[in-house]
Design a protein around this ligand. Sequence first.
Ligand SMILES: Nc1ncnc2c1ncn2[C@@H]1O[C@H](COP(=O)(O)OP(=O)(O)OP(=O)(O)O)[C@@H](O)[C@H]1O
Ligand SMILES: [Mg+2]
Length: 235
Amino acid sequence: MAGIELINIHKRYWVENRTVKVLNGISLHIPENQITVVLGRSGCGKTTLLRLTGGLEKADQGEIRYGESHKTAFVFQEPRLMPWLTVWNNITFGLSKREQDRKKIADIITTAGLTGFERAYPAQLSGGMQQRTAIARALAYEPSFIMMDEPFAALDYFTREQMQKELMRVQKKQGSSILFVTHSIDEALILGHKIVVIEKGRIKAQYQVPETTGERNLLDDMFISLKRNIITTLD
Ligand SMILES: Nc1ncnc2c1ncn2[C@@H]1O[C@H](COP(=O)(O)OP(=O)(O)OP(=O)(O)O)[C@@H](O)[C@H]1O
Ligand SMILES: [Mg+2]
């Protein structure tokens, strides 16, 4: 089996002496070499789903099956860099000596558009550059899966658009498999090969986005009608 398979996943939490059912029977295939987007309103269980899939937490019920190679990296909403380390050292910090191939790291830094800032500290970077460092750190780890939880939510419109393009380019180049959480329908339409709409801990709908040649244009009829479908699903 390639990718990750979630089978009938349930998760509940105890909050103030009552149980909150967060995920209620999620079954989902997350394919390799693609961007799978999880979309839904605040509190629907997106982060919980990502954390379970990435192995940060255990499900109460159900099973998660992983393909042969299973190495996971995370990118969160905020960059979570170490302020006392330079860009280079933030990226290489968690790597073994063998993994610290200078050429590879330099290539990733170029891809992330951080050339010339290798020795800068996080406080000397803009928010977008910090987030790009966090993405570079995830890529340097050479994961088979990258779990991204609203990684661009804190960025301004232009930086966000640029980062989305960058991510798609890198994804294609490296054949990365990505699970990407967002509450932005447009972001889901720009990035997703597969879009999974979650509501109250259940999968409400799944869409396979047809391949387009070149850049996606959200004003194309196909995307407008897909967006309308998704909005109706979420209403
Ligand atoms: N560690 C926890 N302990 C108790 N309740 C939790 C915990 N983590 C999440 N929850 C609850 O689970 C529900 C879903 O949370 P989750 O963070 O998965 O939502 P989300 O879809 O990521 O929302 P957002 O878009 O706001 O980030 C919420 O009701 C939240 O209160
Ligand atoms: Mg969340």
